[in-house]
Structures are given as structure tokens and as C-alpha cells.
Design a protein around this ligand. Structure first.
Ligand SMILES: NC(=O)c1ccc[n+]([C@@H]2O[C@H](COP(=O)([O-])OP(=O)(O)OC[C@H]3O[C@@H](n4cnc5c(N)ncnc54)[C@H](O)[C@@H]3O)[C@@H](O)[C@H]2O)c1
Length: 326
């Protein structure tokens, strides 16, 4: 089997590719993987260094909005796992244009080519942020989409386009909507690696508002196993939530990160809250659990300790990104 992985040089996509090529996913044990990635500020070929010598990996630097490139690659593959996106909410607030281009037009370009070349599977990696914000309880997959940021609105648009290609054309699309991920190789603008790398450098950490916002933290390895279960066994046209990690307020998360890095609250700088900041996300994972046997495996305390240890040990990876990021 040949599989096209878009955004495979980013945080989550590269974890999926490394796992697939390391033999962690039985059904992809012999699969060839083609990565299509534009190498934006968030994309980094160093994320694929552990598998760079694999004869089963081909890396293509290119844009998912580039029709001819996408068409040529789609002709060579059987399945698609689509991770590529502009992914940082704060950036979408100040510059939403790139989010609409990549997350909407790029997704539509891929769907069109997938249809032309009759791919047998198209996995769209969406996000729980498409549901909006929920004070109590958890969203099932049929909850209305009420995205609140330009990021989540652009992801919801791509998500709905994928659904439409299934309904209109019968394209075998499956959609995943996951909660917040953490783990190694996450770009140091997202809260966990930002805080850890700042603390390791003796710098303050910026906490939004009162730190009351609640997120469900899932290790990237659990997310990717969930995606692989959906790719291999999900029903075409269906949406599967992925989550079931650990719910924490940003204040609770900050406390754990300060402890893990041996720092105190004097390092916390309270900053004005993010515009339109969603209070809480929470997905109901009954569907993926009962249909596909999904369950998260990484305990949060272990996953967080391993992640902090990884950033301590891999300054060479994050220092250039941090100093070069705008
Ligand atoms: N990080 C999370 O917590 C989380 C949670 C749920 C869903 N998701 C979704 O998972 C996917 C991956 O997220 P991530 O955190 O790894 O993001 P990331 O920002 O780390 O990586 C995105 C990758 O896509 C590439 N890319 C961006 N625009 C491109 C384009 N036009 N053409 C080709 N490649 C392009 C980048 O170079 C980068 O390698 C995204 O679709 C995101 O919406 C993320």
C-alpha cells in the first residue's frame, strides 16, 4: 500500500510517519509513505530524521494548494492521511488569510484530486475546536459545529467540505476530531513546549487571563493510534472524536510544568486573555472506543515527565526554532 501523509513534517504528522515506519501500526508494516509538506515555519525535516533512511519514505516539499503537484502525487497513492494545516490559534487571530488558504482551499484541492484518482481512503485530521466551547459534559460527534476562532472556523470548513465530498460523490472520507496534543517535537509556540523551553532558559511564562481555561490533554502517540484505528477500520462518511486524556485548567497545567522544571510561581507573567478564548473543550469518545477499541494509553504524569525530559535533552532541536520563529 502507498499512503500520502500531508503535513508529515509537523508535530503530529511526523509522529504518525515515524510510528508507521517503525512498524508500530500492523496494517502499515509494508506500506510506502509519501510525505507532502510545505515546510512552513512549523514544518521541519529534522522531525523525520529518525526515519530519514527508510526506503519506504519519500519526502516531497510542496503545497497542498498546488493542484498539479497534488494531482501527480495522488495518482501514485492508495490512501491519504491529511494533517497539513495552519494550526496555531493566536496566529489565526492576527493573520487569518493563510488559515483559509491552507485549511480550506488546500483541503478542497486534496479532496478533488482524491476523487479524480479514486483513492480508497481519505482521513481528514480535524479538531475538537470545531465544536466551540462547552461548560459541562462532552460533545458527541453529531453536535453542531460552532467554531469561535479563525483557526477553528477554517478547520470546520475543511471538515464540512470532506463530509460534502462523501455525501455528494461517495468519496470514502473519515474524519477525526481530537483534543489538545502534547509530546516531543511540538513547535515551541504551543503552551507546553513554550512554557518548558522558557523555564529551561530561565525566562517567564505567559499565562492567559486567570488561567481558568480547561483543556483535555492527550499524548500525541494516543492521538496517532486513534487516527490509525480510524484509517484502518472507521466507517466511510463518519466522524470519530479522539480524546480521553486529562482535563486541566491552564493554571493546573502551569503548576505541573513549574514543578517539572524546578521553578516557582514568580516565573508566571499574567497576560491579557486571548480574544474569544474558548473556556473548555471536551469530547465524548464513546464511538471510537466501542466501534474501534480505542483507549488512551499514556498516563498524563508519565507523558508530561517524558516530554519535559525530551525538551531538556533536545535543545539542538528547539533552540533554532525558537529564535527563528516570528
Ligand atoms: N496540535 C493539536 O493539539 C491538534 C489537536 C487536534 C487536531 N490537530 C490537527 O492536527 C493536524 C496537525 O497539527 P500539528 O499540531 O502537527 O500542526 P503543525 O503546525 O505542527 O504542523 C503542520 C504541518 O503542515 C505543514 N503545512 C502547513 N501548510 C501547508 C501547506 N499549505 N501545504 C503543505 N504542508 C503544509 C507545515 O509545514 C507543518 O509541517 C492539523 O490539521 C491540526 O489542525 C492538532
Amino acid at each position: 500500500m502507498r499512503i500520502l501523509v500531508t503535513g508529515g513534517a509537523g508535530f503530529i504528522g511526523s509522529h504518525y510517519v515515524r510510528s508507521a515506519l517503525a512498524g508500530d501500526y500492523a496494517e502499515l508494516a509494508d506500506a510506502d509513505v509519501v510525505v507532502l509538506d510545505k515546510l512552513t515555519y512549523a514544518g521541519n525535516q529534522a522531525n523525520l530524521a529518525p526515519v530519514a533512511d527508510s526506503p519506504r519514505l519519500r519526502f516531497v516539499e510542496g503545497d497542498i494548494c498546488d493542484g498539479p503537484t497534488v494531482d501527480a502525487l495522488m495518482a501514485q497513492v492508495d490512501q491519504v492521511v491529511h494533517f497539513a494545516a495552519e494550526s496555531h490559534v493566536d496566529r489565526s487571530i492576527v493573520g487569518p488569510g493563510d488559515f483559509v488558504v491552507t485549511n480550506v482551499v488546500g483541503t478542497q484541492t486534496l479532496l478533488d484530486a482524491a476523487l479524480r484518482h479514486e483513492v480508497e481512503r481519505f482521513v481528514l485530521v480535524s479538531t475538537d475546536e470545531v465544536y466551540g466551547s462547552i461548560e459541562q459534559g462532552s460533545w458527541p460527534e453529531d453536535h453542531p459545529l460552532e467554531p469561535n476562532s479563525p483557526y477553528s472556523a477554517s478547520k470546520a470548513s475543511g471538515d464540512l467540505l470532506a463530509r460534502a465530498y462523501h455525501r455528494t460523490h461517495g468519496l470514502p472520507v473519515v474524519i477525526t476530531r481530537c483534543s489538545n496534543n502534547y509530546g516531543p517535537y511540538q513547535f515551541p509556540e504551543k503552551v507546553i513546549p513554550l512554557f518548558v523551553t522558557n523555564l529551561l532558559d530561565g525566562l517567564p511564562v505567559p499565562l492567559y487571563g486567570e488561567g481558568a481555561n480547561v483543556r483535555d490533554w492527550l499524548h500525541v502517540d494516543d492521538h496517532c493510534r486513534g487516527i490509525e484505528l480510524v484509517r484502518a477500520g472507521g466507517r466511510a462518511g463518519e466522524v470519530y472524536n479522539i480524546g480521553g486524556g486529562t482535563e486541566l485548567t491552564n493554571r493546573q497545567l502551569t503548576k505541573l510544568l513549574l514543578e517539572a522544571c524546578g521553578a516557582g510561581w514568580d516565573r508566571v507573567e499574567y497576560v491579557a486573555d486571548r480574544l474569544g478564548h474558548d473556556l473548555r473543550y471536551s469530547v465524548d469518545i464513546t464511538k471510537i472506543s466501542t466501534e474501534l477499541g480505542y483507549a488512551p494509553k499514556t498516563p498524563f504524569d508519565q507523558g508530561l515527565a517524558d516530554t519535559v525530559a525530551w525538551y531538556r535533552a533536545n535543545r539542538d532541536w528547539w533552540e533554532p526554532l525558537k529564535h527563528g520563529s516570528s
